[in-house]
Design a protein around this ligand. Structure first.
Ligand SMILES: Nc1ncnc2c1ncn2[C@@H]1O[C@H](COP(=O)(O)OP(=O)(O)OP(=O)(O)O)[C@@H](O)[C@H]1O
Length: 153
């Protein structure tokens, strides 16, 4: 049994330009996931650089940091309602990433997924999802420093 949670972010392209869609988006998320924690905040440039430090040096890094700081974001801690045995093939991390779909806009539009519906470019792709258990723990600690020690499971 592995880690049960994942870290999701609703990105600024939704909160700046499509704010009225937030209730609908939360409803879609709650059709499949339990929302354990949720808050709204504005990232500083330093925080965005820290969060995306693995991408430092990539051609889209400055664009990404600038985009992620141009408006509010909503980080959420989620777990997939339907999974009882969390392992490598069946995890909230994987099912949330499947739910949001591919990173790139054109690929996302080929499938039924949140990024295909709400994303507008490769950078402004509306949602984030942790890529691994290690990343999920690090990202949950980044936004919700007390969550893991309070849950202890
Ligand atoms: N080729 C690209 N062109 C422009 N922006 C990009 C590109 N690749 C990634 N990005 C932006 O950087 C973010 C992080 O890239 P990463 O490769 O980690 O994608 P991801 O794992 O699908 O996304 P996330 O980490 O946000 O869930 C992407 O979500 C997107 O906003």
């Amino acid at each position: 049994m592995s880690f049960k949670y994942t870290l999701a972010i609703i990105k600024p392209d939704i909160l700046v330009k499509q704010n009225q869609k937030i209730p609908k988006i939360l409803e879609l998320i709650e059709s499949k996931f339990i929302i354990h924690e949720k808050k709204q905040l504005n990232l500083t440039i330093e925080q965005a650089e820290q969060f995306y430090s693995d991408h430092r040096g990539r051609f889209f890094y400055e664009r990404l940091v600038s985009f992620m700081t141009r408006g509010p974001i909503i980080p959420l801690i989620l777990s997939d309602k339907s999974i009882t045995d969390h392992d490598k093939t069946s995890s909230s991390i994987k099912s949330w990433r499947d739910f949001i779909g591919p990173t790139h806009r054109d690929k996302a539009r080929e499938v039924d997924c949140l990024r295909g519906t709400f994303g507008s470019s490769d950078t402004r792709n509306a949602f984030h999802g942790s890529g691994s258990e290690e990343e999920a723990i690090k990202e949950i600690l980044f936004f919700f420093p007390n969550f893991i020690k309070e849950k202890k499971n």
